[in-house]
Design a protein around this ligand. Structure first.
Ligand SMILES: [Fe+2]
Ligand SMILES: [Fe+2]
Length: 310
């Protein structure tokens, strides 16, 4: 397991929580304890784990994926809703998973299947006046949508991978919620009480690690592709990644801020300011004009994503 370092959240400042890791627990031990303790709760649905393993296995075929998905009629329905929606803009109605695999490819259908099975994880009541798991899901859908629109603007393909990366980037906050909701309440209250406060620095004080750390560790536990673990672990600090690994993390970083511009898009307490630094934009070869185009498309595209996955 790796725990990401972060300029905003130096490990040396960590004050780990006593009950989970003991007074001398390191940041990495805190994360390991959390993931171990919540592993019975934070399991992906069995079907999603099967889908991940099928597509990671180079010998698997479209038929293998079809066989797994077809065992879950509700998931089939949701996948077909996604592929037939304006989300993909495909002409005509796609009536079967096999047809979807033919038209979109195995990898795209896998990403859609994972996205379609994630909503269940974002459960739980209102934690504070500014936070509920549902707010986080609303935010996740907005960031997923914005990341997909950025991928389209950049003409790099990978729209469904971008969507999924945006959808799961803040999953570490769900780890915090399931592990110790009182501490998460403390983090959120402190962040609310001090305008401009850096939520990640507060997480270090209260939990001993950040939602980037918890999320990337959970992604490893789930055996998600390494690229997702990297994005989750660096979505606030993409420029710390080596040049050749930072593209998707930079896209999610930008999408996170674009989503946070509109309060209707749910949770945004971990974004200190909405500025998008030029070095991040340059890393993905986007201009402010590109961002304006993505911004203009977001409200309608988010509505579509909410209609099919919300
Ligand atoms: Fe975040
Ligand atoms: Fe976020």
């Amino acid at each position: 397991m790796s725990v990401q370092s972060s300029a905003q959240t130096p490990a040396s400042n960590s004050t780990p929580p006593a009950p989970a890791g003991g007074p001398a627990a390191t940041r990495e031990q805190v994360v390991q304890n959390a993931i171990r303790e919540i592993s019975h709760i934070a399991t992906l649905p069995e079907i999603t784990l099967k889908i991940v393993s099928i597509v990671e296995d180079p010998s698997s075929t479209a038929q293998d994926l079809h066989n797994v998905i077809s065992k879950d009629p509700a998931l089939c329905t949701r996948i077909l809703k996604v592929v037939n929606s304006a989300f993909y803009g495909l002409p005509g109605q796609i009536g079967s998973i096999n047809r979807a695999i033919v038209l979109l490819g195995l990898n795209a259908v896998k990403n859609i299947a994972i996205a379609a099975s994630l909503a269940k994880l974002f459960k739980g009541g209102q934690l504070t006046p500014t936070f509920s798991a549902k707010d986080l899901w609303t935010h996740s859908l907005a960031v997923g949508t914005a990341t997909k629109l950025l991928a389209e603007q950049m003409k790099i393909g990978l729209g469904d991978e971008a969507f999924l990366a945006g959808l799961i980037h803040d999953i570490g906050i769900m780890v915090e919620m399931q592990w110790d909701r009182n501490r998460l309440v403390e983090v959120l209250q402190k962040a609310t009480a001090t305008p401009g406060a850096d939520m990640l620095a507060i997480e270090i004080q209260v939990f001993g690690a950040t939602h980037q750390d918890f999320g990337s560790s959970l992604s490893e536990r789930w055996k998600f592709p390494k690229s997702f673990t990297t994005v989750i672990g660096h979505h606030h600090t993409p420029m710390e990644l080596p040049y050749d690994q930072r593209t998707m993390a930079c896209m999610v970083f930008i999408a996170d801020r674009l989503a946070a511009e509109d309060p209707k898009n749910g949770f945004r307490q971990d974004v200190v300011n909405l500025d998008i630094p030029d070095d991040v934009l340059e890393s993905v070869r986007l201009t402010h004009e590109d961002l304006a185009q993505v911004r203009a498309k977001m409200p309608e595209a988010i509505k579509v994503a909410e209609a099919v996955l919300g």
